[in-house]
Ligand binder design. Structure first.
Ligand SMILES: Nc1ncnc2c1ncn2[C@@H]1O[C@H](COP(=O)(O)OP(=O)(O)OP(=O)(O)O)[C@@H](O)[C@H]1O
Length: 372
């Protein structure tokens, strides 16, 4: 499903669901079964080599949980996660026939966080922080070779002179420099995939583009794939567009539309993608913008009890009766690898949607109007 053509798949998710027990108060916890939040629901996606996948969506839609599942940090409740054909959680559990040890998978799938300051030990110099993973995973490296590798990467991410930066503590670095140290720590492992979770959100606006450009240069130089999580559609578009990658739009735990950024954002097919586009005026400042968002309701449903059928039907300005019972698929059997896909019945001209009654408050549009 929606994998750019011609590249080897590094990570493959099949029908993945992730549930969490909802945190509840003491009184609630004494009565009845705990409720479960469906953070990720039935997601299948491949991350090939040399790819950029930008996941966007509003707070709580499951971006971080899906990202962590892709890099083998979050165990799925259902479905499978494979790294180069090896089931990640079979490797972790040491089941029979493990061909790729979990340690190798762990090193190949790295993460950088939104708050690099919190991810770096305040009492350790940069050099000590960066030496630790190399001492653990490449213990045969001499001190000289280890330091040479660290200094070369610090220099590569613009921390010049590297010897100076290496001997600083995190509080002696700016936020942007801390993020670069976190990036070097990930790159030292020669990873196949780096999850960058809101990695530029905390930076000054002027530093965001610079940092995204650095990610793009590193992707080109090292062939590392990036899963870039952002609530900011403009940043996601910039990175995915420059890298020739994909944007995946998430809503209530599902990917509802995915494909090349210009197609998804200039001509969104899922009604929720249209809402996100509406909410991001700077995507196209010259465009005429409706006064109100294109939704019937601004209320986001509870992920403990998501709507039946299409999860967006309670807010969708195009919803019909069939949308309340029939969940649309994201996959399209006729789609070529890398093609845009949207999980909406309206993309199928033969779907019974077109004969179904519009829900209360929904204006009827016919197929011809959609295709005009
Ligand atoms: N460890 C956890 N325990 C319980 N619920 C969780 C846990 N982690 C996430 N959730 C819930 O799962 C849902 C998805 O959360 P997630 O952090 O993946 O969303 P997100 O899109 O990354 O949000 P944000 O942009 O705010 O970080 C939310 O309803 C969240 O409250």
């Amino acid at each position: 499903m929606s994998t750019p053509a011609g590249d080897d798949v590094v990570v493959s998710l099949e029908d993945v669901c992730v549930d969490f027990e909802k945190e509840q108060g003491l009184v609630d916890s004494l009565f009845g079964e705990p409720e479960r939040v469906q953070a990720v629901s039935d997601v299948s996606i491949d991350v090939p080599e040399n790819d950029v996948l930008a996941l966007v969506g509003e707070s709580g839609c499951g971006k971080t949980t899906l990202g962590k599942t892709i890099i083998g940090v979050q165990r799925p409740t259902e479905g499978s996660v494979e790294y180069r054909g090896q089931d990640v959680w079979d490797a972790k559990d040491g089941r029979d026939d493990v061909e790729v040890p979990f340690g190798d998978i762990r090193r190949s799938l790295q993460m950088i966080h939104q708050d690099p300051g919190a991810a770096l030990n305040p009492n350790r110099k940069v050099l000590t922080t960066l030496e630790a993973p190399l001492k653990r995973w490449e213990s045969d490296l001499s001190t000289e070779d280890r330091r040479a590798r660290i200094f070369a990467l610090l220099d590569r991410v613009g921390m010049d002179p590297p010897e100076d930066y290496a001997h600083r503590f995190p509080h002696q670095l700016s936020g942007g420099e801390q993020q670069r140290v976190a990036l070097v720590r990930a790159l030292l492992m020669n990873p196949d995939v780096i999850l960058a979770d809101e990695a530029v959100s905390a930076l000054d606006v002027s530093l965001r583009v610079e940092t995204m450009d650095l990610l793009l240069e590193l992707q080109e130089q090292f062939g590392t794939s990036f899963v870039f999580i952002s609530h900011n559609l403009s940043n996601a578009r910039y990175l995915a567009k420059e890298a020739g990658g994909r944007i995946g739009i998430m809503y209530l735990g599902e990917i509802v539309e995915i494909g090349p950024p210009e197609e998804v954002l200039n001509d969104p097919q899922h009604p929720y993608s249209k809402v996100l586009r509406w909410a991001t005026a700077d995507l196209d400042p010259s465009a005429q913008r409706m006064a109100d968002p294109p939704v019937r309701s601004i209320d986001i449903p509870d992920p403990v009890d998501p709507p039946s059928g299409c999860r967006f039907h309670t807010r969708c300005p195009e919803a019909r009766e069939v949308c309340t019972t029939d969940a649309p698929d994201l996959g399209d059997d006729d789609a070529a690898p890398g093609d845009r896909c949207a999980a909406c019945h309206r993309t199928d001209p033969h779907h019974e949607y077109w004969q179904s009654e519009p829900l209360d408050g929904v204006e009827s549009t016919d197929l011809e109007a959609v295709n005009d």
